[in-house]
Design a protein around this ligand. Sequence first.
Ligand code: GAR
Length: 201
Amino acid sequence: MDMAVLASGYGSNLQAIIDAVERGEIKGRIKTVISDVKDAYALERARHHNIEAIYINPRDYPGRKAFDEAIAALLEERGIDLVILAGYMRLVSPVIIDKYRGKIMNIHPSLLPAFPGLEGVKQALDYGVKVSGCTVHFVDEGLDTGPIILQEAVPVYDDDTVESLHERIHQAEHRLYPQAIRLFMEGKLRIEGRRCFRDEN
Ligand code: GAR
């Protein structure tokens, strides 16, 4: 199966997925990495591993729909089976979601439904929770609302900063995202309404 990764930033989750593919843990290949940020380090990581790296400038399009139509066209041209959002800091519009329902995943740095949207780590710290974590979920039209695939809890310590907590959450993300992708590739994920079940077949 062919994957596309959409990333806006540093790309450490992309790297964890690349590593899992190279170790043979994920039976699929990353066909392309697409970014809305020209100098996103994620693009550099892709090039380093001989993966197609595409920058697409949102300013070249009149609005979100037209921008997402261009991305959908790229995905379709490449015959993508699974779309992976990895630190992609844009809302994805129905133009993409309708075509890839149940085939588009996101990772979020909190235990959803707590602290969706931007700055999930800061929101959790400011709220004062003792446990946060990360969530891999399928993407629907809402903001971080799609069926949850996997979650991992991470403790919050009294002396945590946003950076130290995010670092601990990142470590969990790097375990969780490849695992969710592996389950998808092996056909072990089943969605029923809001719930996603793991089939051992
Ligand atoms: C990750 O922690 C991911 O959960 C978060 O951005 C970070 C990207 O890190 N995503 C969101 O906040 C989405 N709302 P990375 O670029 O090193 O993979």
